[in-house]
Design a protein around this ligand. Structure first.
Ligand SMILES: [Zn+2]
Length: 181
C-alpha cells in the first residue's frame, strides 16, 4: 500500500488516545476508545480494495481518492465519536466529552495529511468530492510503503517505529506525570 504503513497511522491513534482516555471513564471505555482511534487512523487505507475491484488508482474512488478526502475522514471522525459515545453510555454514567470530538477529528484527518508527506505513489484527493486533484506537501520525508509485502517493508516499519514510537511513549508518560491520570 502506498502510505505510511498501518503502523505509522496506528501510532497517531495510539498517541492521541492518551488525550481522551481519562480515568473518569471506566477501564473498558478507555481501552475501547484507544482501539477505536487506532482503527480510525488507519481506516482510509481500506480503499486498497479498489485494486481488487479493478478501479484504477487515478479514479476518484481509487486508492488515495475520495476515501482519503477531508470530507470523508472528517465525517468518519465525527460518526465514530458519536457512535462510541453512545456505546459507552450503555454501560457507564460518564462518556466521551465534546472536546474528545476534536481529538477524533484530528486522528481521522491525520491519515491523508500524513500520506501527503510520503515520497511516492499518487497524491491525495484531499478536496474530493469537489476536486479529484491529487496533492502532496512540498516536502515528503516519510518513505512510502510498498503495495503488498516486499523486502522494502521491514526498513520502513523500523523507520516509522523509530520516528513515531518515542513521541507516543512520551505523551503517555507525560499524561501520567502531569495530569496524574
Ligand atoms: Zn492512506
Amino acid at each position: 500500500m502506498q502510505m505510511p504503513t498501518a503502523l505509522g497511522h496506528a501510532m497517531v491513534g495510539l498517541g492521541c488516545g492518551a488525550l481522551v482516555a481519562s480515568r473518569q471513564l471506566p477501564r473498558r471505555a478507555r481501552l475501547s476508545t484507544v482501539a477505536v482511534l487506532v482503527l480510525l487512523a488507519a481506516l482510509p487505507d481500506l480503499d486498497v480494495i479498489a485494486f481488487a475491484l479493478g478501479i484504477p488508482y487515478r479514479d476518484p474512488f481509487g486508492h488515495r481518492g475520495f476515501f482519503h478526502s477531508l470530507f470523508f475522514t472528517t465525517c468518519c471522525g465525527a460518526i465514530a465519536w458519536w457512535i462510541h459515545r453512545l456505546s459507552i453510555r450503555l454501560y457507564s454514567d460518564t462518556t466521551l466529552s465534546w472536546s474528545a470530538l476534536l481529538v477524533f477529528l484530528i486522528v481521522a484527518t491525520s491519515h491523508p495529511l500524513l500520506d501527503m508527506l510520503t515520497d511516492g505513489g499518487l497524491g491525495i484527493a484531499l478536496g474530493a468530492p469537489f476536486s479529484n486533484e491529487r496533492l502532496f506537501f512540498p516536502t515528503q520525508p516519510i518513505p512510502v510503503s510498498p503495495i503488498g509485502l516486499s523486502a522494502r517493508l521491514q526498513p520502513i516499519l523500523l523507520w516509522e517505529a523509530a520516528v513515531f514510537a518515542p513521541p507516543v511513549v512520551l505523551i503517555w508518560i507525560g499524561r501520567r506525570i502531569v495530569l496524574n491520570r
